[in-house]
Design a protein around this ligand. Structure first.
Ligand code: NAD
Length: 448
């Protein structure tokens, strides 16, 4: 072989080898990110903020990891007479600032690690909005679509009965989360009350109004989210009237967020749920989509927009505002470069991985982090708990005014920290929250 050709061949081979090595590293990175649990991601977020705050090892030891994890097996009699066991969890992450607070999730893929992550985020969510509660979360490994209403009721009651010693208005206050709503809360409250022989509605929030639920609780998470979106848009000089949005997840958070965005003049051009995605450039009739879900249980068969081939494409649409309102780990290092929204408003908990956060920061995407953006839900849960303890109930207007004030204050505190410390909104939110939890922990000291 002539020498020049040989040199050329070698150079090309080296180039190809280098390219293959980069690709191998990318694939390994994607796999690592995919395998890492939401809890590992949560701890990475903590570490980044703790470094900035220069926390000591002792301070970290007191507040980083969950304090108590309970796992039980719930035997439930099915309608056909058979007995099925369901794994169930309750994780109490931290209670230095007040009773543990956090919803209960029914989902076929829920794991103890996921519940730990969700409990962790609750601690810092309560702290970032300044409500006097700690963090917890519950989960049951079940696909509730496979249960009859009677089976769902027996499962909900058994969960409360098995965990009853953990719960109480002053110790741990559960609430709704994915696939659990006011009815499940009502059954759980009844079970608690029957055991305790005492009507204590403050033991659980997100209850039906007739059982001491708060006006405004159903839409509170999304109302808080829209307060944050309005504030973010104002800071970025983005006119909401005429702006576009895509929403992943069309349950409690997603559907109410869609309504509030439309009320603010935003065109909702894409929505999705676990069954599929739908888009319409001219704007989707959100009320029609909500009515469809109320009737059919999902968006399947919705005729008001065109079905998308891949629902996950929704995350990559050229919109001004993206609202992930489904589950964790949706925006990853892999698809983040294709996210084109100016604002990502995290309705869901943990929808963005730390790897994706880096990419979004480089792209200049304004991320309103979950612990701030979806804190409206726990804020009104807290207001519900306050009303239950007084036995005096407020109008929806009063609840909404308090919610708005709390969310606006929290947004401004996080935004100011972001600017002063030159960090992302997520790290800023954790810095505000971790500082509060650390101070409370230090003032209480260590009982030994
Ligand atoms: P929900 O059960 O009412 O709705 C969940 C929605 O997500 C459903 O439409 C479901 O079909 C959809 N979904 C599930 N997997 C999906 C996927 N892969 N792609 C697209 N859609 C998918 O639950 P929710 O209460 O609206 O909670 C949604 C998220 O918001 C969760 O992360 C939850 O932890 C968080 N959150 C909820 C509240 C609250 O008050 N409900 C408060 C704070 C945070």
């Amino acid at each position: 072989m002539p020498r020049a050709l040989d040199r050329h061949g070698n150079a090309q081979r080296k180039r190809l080898e280098r390219k293959a090595a980069v690709r191998r590293r990318q694939i390994a990175g994607a796999l690592e990110e995919w395998r890492a649990s939401a809890f590992e991601h949560a701890l990475e977020q903590f570490d980044a903020a703790a470094r900035r705050l220069k926390l000591t090892e002792n301070q970290i030891a007191m507040i980083k990891l969950p304090r108590r994890t309970t796992e039980v097996l719930l035997p439930v009699r099915m309608d056909d007479g058979t007995i099925r066991n369901f794994r169930a969890f309750r994780v109490q992450h931290n209670t230095v600032r007040g009773p543990a607070k956090g919803g209960i999730r029914f989902h076929q893929d829920v794991t103890v690690d996921e519940v730990k992550a969700l409990a962790f985020w609750m601690t810092y969510k309560c702290a970032v909005v300044g409500i006097p509660m700690g963090g917890a979360k519950g989960g049951v490994v079940v696909d509730p679509r496979t249960l009859s209403p009677g089976e769902r009721e027996r499962l909900s009651r058994r969960y409360m009965a098995e965990m009853i010693d953990l719960f109480g208005p002053d110790s741990d206050v559960p609430g709704p989360d994915v696939n659990t709503g006011p009815q499940v809360m009502g059954w759980m409250l009844d079970t608690y009350v029957m055991h305790k022989r005492d009507f204590l509605p403050g033991v659980i929030t997100g209850k039906p109004m007739e059982l001491g639920g708060s006006a405004g609780r159903q839409s509170a998470t999304s109302r808080g989210l829209i307060v944050c979106v309005r504030k973010a848009a104002a800071r970025l000089g983005l006119e909401l009237r005429g702006a576009t949005a895509a929403i992943q997840g069309f349950g409690n958070v997603g559907s109410h967020a869609a309504k509030f965005l439309v009320q603010s003049g935003v065109k909702v051009v894409a929505i999705s749920d676990a069954e599929g995605g739908y888009r319409k450039a001219g704007g989707i009739d959100v009320d029609a989509a909500i009515a469809h879900v109320a009737k059919r249980g999902s968006l399947t068969g919705f005729k008001g927009a065109a079905p998308m081939r891949r629902a996950s494409q929704l995350l990559e649409l050229p919109v001004d505002i993206l609202v992930p309102a489904a589950l964790e780990n949706q925006i990853t290092r892999q698809n983040a470069p294709r996210v084109r929204a100016r604002i990502v408003a995290e309705g869901a908990n943990g929808p963005t991985t730390p790897g994706a956060d880096d990419v979004l920061a480089r792209q200049g995407t304004f991320v309103i982090p979950d612990i701030l953006c979806n804190a409206g839900g726990v804020t009104v849960s807290y207001l519900e708990w306050v009303q239950n303890r007084m036995g005096y109930y407020w109008t929806e207007q009063r609840v909404n005014e308090d919610l708005q004030r709390i969310m606006e204050t929290a947004f401004d505190e996080v935004y100011t920290t972001m600017q002063r410390r030159r960090v992302s909104m997520r790290i800023a939110a954790f810095m505000v929250a971790i500082r509060r939890v650390t101070e409370a922990s230090e003032m209480r000291g260590l009982y030994a």
